[in-house]
Ligand binder design. Structure first.
Ligand code: UDP
Ligand code: MG
Length: 365
């Protein structure tokens, strides 16, 4: 991997974005930059996100698109996205029919994006838009992927989040075949060459932080200070754990080997203990006092077996999911997107589209 792991000491405020000239823009009608944003219940952030990101993008070029992926929000997020699309057609939206989780929302956004460079960032503005020009500069220098590495958290991040995040990267790097830099987050720029490959991967549980490392290409990292979340609620602890397990299981089969090692160890322990037990029984005739050791051994074995079954289950579950071959996500509505996202041919609601009654209703409104 031609990875430049050294973090470049660029300061966002020192970068003067060089505006793209007309001659630099894509000639095939596609935008130069796409911003992909997964959003779950972000009604307090959607409009602010659009305003702030559009301001930064406009300083670089007018040739951009923002693709919101509404991941089954139960609030007003989808309406806001729809309205933004009416106001500015460069603001587009994929509306999922339910919640699929943020990695699959990113998957949909990558498939919908047609920019030459695609930037993935959270809707809650925790990822500072001021970093976009820095990333674009790196892209222009020839990097395929510009990752960001967290240098600090927003003030509101609790100790639990910091601790679990640090622990996750330690465990992940210990077991995974693909190293990931601690503090890597889902804020990154990718060249359309890379996005094209990612969009074709059939992974049912994509874990982008590691997938992108696994791909190789010319990658670099820039430091990024994560802002505090202004409104809305962050991902639950349960979702974070699920994401961590997904990451570990899809990037390593080492846990399966560990089970075998534990099995060997337990078996090896049984041999001396068994000999000792036999001697105890036949020579010393003292069998009853063995209760404590039997109990401990029993619990140890039972526990190891259950954990092992659980780990194997995780892998089998994944094989099962992949074999079923269901689409990664289902889409209810699309705004401003004419690309085929490879999931379904129709979106919307059939009665709504064809009936006379609805047509009259629409004309009246
Ligand atoms: N998100 C999503 N689907 C989910 C959970 C989260 O699309 O099921 C979005 C969320 O709206 C945000 C991004 O993913 O834009 C990151 O989530 P969050 O801010 O909750 O994560 P954190 O910043 O706490 O890691
Ligand atoms: Mg967040």
């Amino acid at each position: 991997m031609s990875e430049n792991t050294e973090i470049i000491g660029l300061q966002a405020d020192r970068i003067l974005p060089i505006r793209f000239q007309n001659g630099d823009l894509p000639t095939d009608g596609s935008p130069l930059i796409s911003v992909v944003t997964p959003a779950l219940n972000e009604e307090g952030n959607v409009e602010r996100f659009y305003t702030e990101v559009a301001r930064v993008l406009n300083e670089i070029t007018e040739s951009w698109e923002i693709i919101f992926v509404n991941d089954g929000s139960t609030d007003n997020s989808a309406d806001l996205m729809r309205r933004l699309n009416e106001q500015d057609p460069r603001c587009k939206a994929v509306i999922f029919s339910r919640n699929y989780g943020n990695q699959l929302a990113i998957a949909a956004g990558l498939r919908a994006a047609s920019g030459k460079a695609v930037i993935v960032m959270d809707a809650d503005l925790q990822h500072p838009p001021e970093l976009i020009p820095v990333m674009v500069e790196k892209w222009k220098e020839g990097y395929h992927v510009v990752n960001t590495v967290r240098t600090g958290y927003g003030d509101k991040a609790g100790w639990l989040k910091k601790f679990t995040s640090a622990a996750f990267y330690k465990v992940m790097n210990a077991i995974s075949d693909v190293p990931i830099i601690p503090g890597a987050c889902d804020f990154r720029l990718m060249d359309s060459v890379v996005v094209d490959i990612l969009s074709r991967l059939p992974e049912q549980t994509p874990f982008y932080r590691a997938l992108i490392r696994w791909m190789g290409f010319k990658q670099t990292s820039v430091p990024c200070s994560i802002n505090a979340r202004q409104t809305g609620v962050p991902m639950s602890f349960k979702k974070m754990i699920a994401l961590a397990i997904d990451g570990m299981v899809s990037f390593s089969t080492k846990p399966l080997r560990w089970i075998m090692y534990i099995g060997f160890l337990v078996t090896a322990m049984v041999i001396p203990y068994g000999i000792w037990a036999l001697i105890d029984h036949f020579i010393f005739n003292a069998t009853v006092p063995g209760w404590t050791s039997l109990l401990i051994l029993n619990m140890l074995l039972g526990g190891t077996l259950l954990v092992s079954l659980g780990i194997i289950g995780e892998y089998i579950g994944r094989i099962y999911n992949q074999v079923k071959g269901r689409p990664l996500f289902t889409i209810q509505e699309l705004y401003g997107i004419d690309k085929n996202l490879n999931t379904q041919t129709v979106v919307g609601h059939s009665w709504d589209k064809t009936s006379e009654e609805q047509k009259l209703k629409r004309e009246a409104s």
